[in-house]
Write a protein that binds this ligand. Structure first.
Ligand code: FAD
Length: 317
């Protein structure tokens, strides 16, 4: 018996979500008295997984799997799970992970729990704590199938360094022709900017910025911090910013390490989508703005004065 973790890569490099999933898998393995095996596709730095407790890596090197293909990946990961004798399969909650997990659950006849935030209780069965209703509540879900799949919420368990060998072993799954019925032929990146989903830092602007002509405030601060840019719903509704930047309950969820909200009031629908961020900083000229109650740090002041000063100061570091 072992724990298998699927470790996603982008252009050969492991995503942070993969290291978080590996850290979590190691936590589960310690509880269950076993080791962690990872499965990775066309990865460059296999040894990096050892820093997060992975003992063995089943490395699939196959040119046909250089771009993500859910059916083929699910098939390959299911075979890796058999190879590793895995009772538990752990993955993150990236868009690709969310696509893969149900396919994998069908293949392995496994119960799948998404948005898991803590290690499982294993004393009486196998129960996981999950975030539900965009982090407004938690439920405890018992997985009763023999095989279990866990999707770990971003930033919930975090990175835990835990040195292990990450011994590499080449793995060649038997893939079916049907796995390639649908294939991504090519990918055109719309932008080279950091995406909201992958960003460690997100700088977000709201209606308090008055108009799209003032977005240089957000962009300059984001540039200094290597951050992604985001906005509140009305801002994208008014066409000041693209809809891809709208965050919140009806937009993209944000689970960055740092979320800086400029001129955003902190309506419940906005907070619902950003509450998983570790540290929230608010800049608003109204001390009564609801966002201050949810923030870790707040600056009461005019964004047009505060933000340029903050950006200039940060350039010194
Ligand atoms: P406002 O509420 O207008 O706030 C602007 C803020 O800027 C104020 O707090 C003001 O004090 C401050 N300000 C003004 N001037 C300055 C200045 N010079 N310097 C500093 N601060 C200044 N919203 C989302 O964001 N995401 C969602 O996913 C979302 N989903 C929704 C779903 C539903 C079903 C509904 C009904 C609403 C949803 N909303 C969502 C809208 C939400 O309710 C709020 O209306 C919206 O978040 C407000 O956006 P805002 O904070 O940018 O604007």
């Amino acid at each position: 018996m072992s724990i298998l973790v699927y470790t996603e890569t982008e252009n050969g490099k492991f995503k942070k979500a993969s290291f978080e999933a590996a850290s979590y898998a190691k936590g589960v393995a310690e509880k269950m008295g076993t080791d962690v095996t990872a499965v990775a596709f066309n990865a460059e730095d296999i040894k990096a997984l050892g820093d997060y407790g992975v003992a063995k890596v089943l490395h699939i090197q196959n040119d046909k799997l250089k771009t993500f293909n859910a059916e083929a990946y699910a098939d390959a990961i299911a075979q890796a799970a058999q190879e590793a004798g895995a009772e538990v399969v752990v993955l993150g909650q990236t868009a690709n992970d969310k696509y893969l997990a149900p396919l994998l659950a069908v293949q392995l006849e496994a119960g799948y729990a998404s948005n898991v935030v803590e290690l499982p209780e294993t004393e009486n069965g196998f129960t996981v704590k999950r975030s539900v209703f965009t982090n407004k509540a938690f439920n405890h879900t018992a997985i009763t199938t023999d095989k279990k799949i866990i999707g770990v919420s971003k930033n919930a368990y975090g990175l835990k360094e835990n040195s292990a060998a990450a011994e590499e072993s080449s793995f060649s799954p038997n893939l079916k022709e049907e796995d390639f019925n649908i294939e991504v032929a090519s990918v055109d990146k719309a932008t080279d900017k950091v995406t909201i989903a992958d960003a460690e830092v997100v700088v977000s602007g709201g209606r308090g910025l008055k108009g799209p002509e003032n977005w240089n405030l957000v962009e300059d601060l984001a540039d200094v911090l290597g951050a992604a840019t985001a906005c509140s719903k009305p801002v994208s509704d008014m066409g000041w910013r693209p809809h891809s930047e709208h965050v919140g309950q009806t937009g993209k969820p944000v689970a960055s390490n740092l979320y800086i909200a400029i001129g955003i009031s902190g309506a419940i629908q906005h907070l619902a989508g950003v509450s998983a961020s570790k540290t929230k900083v608010v800049i608003n000229n109204d001390p009564e703005a609801p966002f201050f109650k949810a923030a870790d740090y707040g600056i009461v002041g005019d964004a047009f004065e505060v933000v340029p000063k903050l950006t200039e100061k940060l350039k010194e570091f």
